[in-house]
Design a protein around this ligand. Structure first.
Ligand code: PLP
Length: 240
C-alpha cells in the first residue's frame, strides 16, 4: 500500500474481495460512443455477485470484528446490492445480520419485494425489519440505531453500518486503496486515462477514489452519476 495513504494500513480490515479486478477495454462500445472506454471490472470483486460494496465492507467488518461485535445491522433499499453483499460477508464470517429494508421505490409489484437481492438475502439468513416511510435518509439512520439498541438490550453485540452523512466514511477507505490499484495497473500496462465515470449513492466509492487519486498526485477527473439526489447536493456530500 502506498505510503502516501498515511495511516490507512492501521485500520482493521477483513479481506473479502477478489482483487485486483481487471481493467478491460470495451472496443465495440468505444467505437459506438466515439471515445476510448475501458471498464474496471468491480462487478467481479466476489461475495454473492460482488460489486463496489465488497471493497467497502472489508473495513466495516474489520471494525466490527475489532470491537468484538457478533451482529451486523445495516439499512438500505429493498433491492440493495450493499445489503446483499453484507449478508454474504456476515454468513462467511459467522455473524448474524439484521437488515432494515427501506421502501424507497414507489409503485412496486410483488416481484420487487421478493426476488433478486431479497431472495438472496433470505437464503443468506438475514433478519429483516421494514422501514415503510419512503425516501428518508435521516429517519432511516435513526431507526437503524434503534434496532441496534434493542439488540444490545437483548444481550447481542451489534455493529451498525451507516450510510447517512455524519458518520465516519469508513467504506470510502476501500476505494482509497483502489485508487492505488488503478494507478499501479495503468503504470504496468502503459495505458492512461483522463476520466473515471461511476455511480454515486452514499458517495463512498466516489469520495474514496477521488481522495486516493489526489493523494497519489493524479489529476484524473472522477465523474459521479448520482442515483439518489441532485448534483449540487451530491457534490457537497462528496466534498464533506
Ligand atoms: C452498482 C452500484 N454502483 C455504485 C453505487 C454507488 O456506490 P456508493 O454508495 O459507494 O456511492 C451503488 C449503490 O448505490 C451500486 O449499487
Amino acid at each position: 500500500m502506498s505510503s502516501k495513504f498515511g495511516r490507512l494500513a492501521e485500520y482493521p480490515r477483513v479481506p473479502l474481495s477478489v482483487v485486483p479486478t481487471v481493467i478491460e477495454p470495451a472496443p465495440k462500445l468505444s467505437a459506438e460512443l466515439g471515445l476510448n472506454l475501458s471498464i474496471k471490472r468491480d462487478d467481479l470483486t466476489g461475495l454473492a455477485f460482488g460489486g463496489n460494496k465488497t471493497r467497502q465492507l472489508e473495513f466495516y467488518f474489520g471494525a466490527a470484528q475489532a470491537e468484538g461485535a457478533d451482529t451486523i445491522v445495516i439499512t438500505g433499499a429493498v433491492q440493495s446490492n450493499y445489503v446483499r453483499v453484507a449478508a454474504a460477508a456476515a454468513a462467511r464470517l459467522g455473524m448474524d445480520i439484521h437488515v432494515q429494508s427501506e421502501e424507497r421505490v414507489p409503485d412496486v409489484d410483488a416481484t420487487y419485494c421478493q426476488s433478486g437481492n431479497v431472495l438472496l438475502g433470505d437464503l443468506l439468513g438475514v433478519h429483516r425489519h421494514a422501514y415503510p416511510v419512503g425516501e428518508d435518509e435521516a429517519g432511516a439512520d435513526k431507526a437503524v440505531q434503534a434496532i441496534a439498541d434493542n439488540l444490545r438490550d437483548n444481550g447481542r453485540r451489534p455493529y451498525v453500518i451507516p450510510l447517512a452523512p455524519g458518520h465516519q466514511p469508513t467504506g470510502a477507505l476501500g476505494y482509497v486503496i483502489t485508487a492505488g490499484e488503478i494507478v499501479a495497473q495503468l503504470q504496468s500496462s502503459g495505458a492512461s486515462i483522463d476520466t473515471i465515470v461511476l455511480g454515486s449513492g452514499s458517495g463512498f466509492t466516489h469520495a474514496g477514489l477521488l481522495f486516493g487519486l489526489r493523494a497519489l498526485e493524479q489529476e484524473t477527473v472522477v465523474h459521479g452519476i448520482c442515483v439518489r439526489r441532485n448534483a449540487e447536493a451530491q457534490a457537497a456530500r462528496i466534498a464533506r
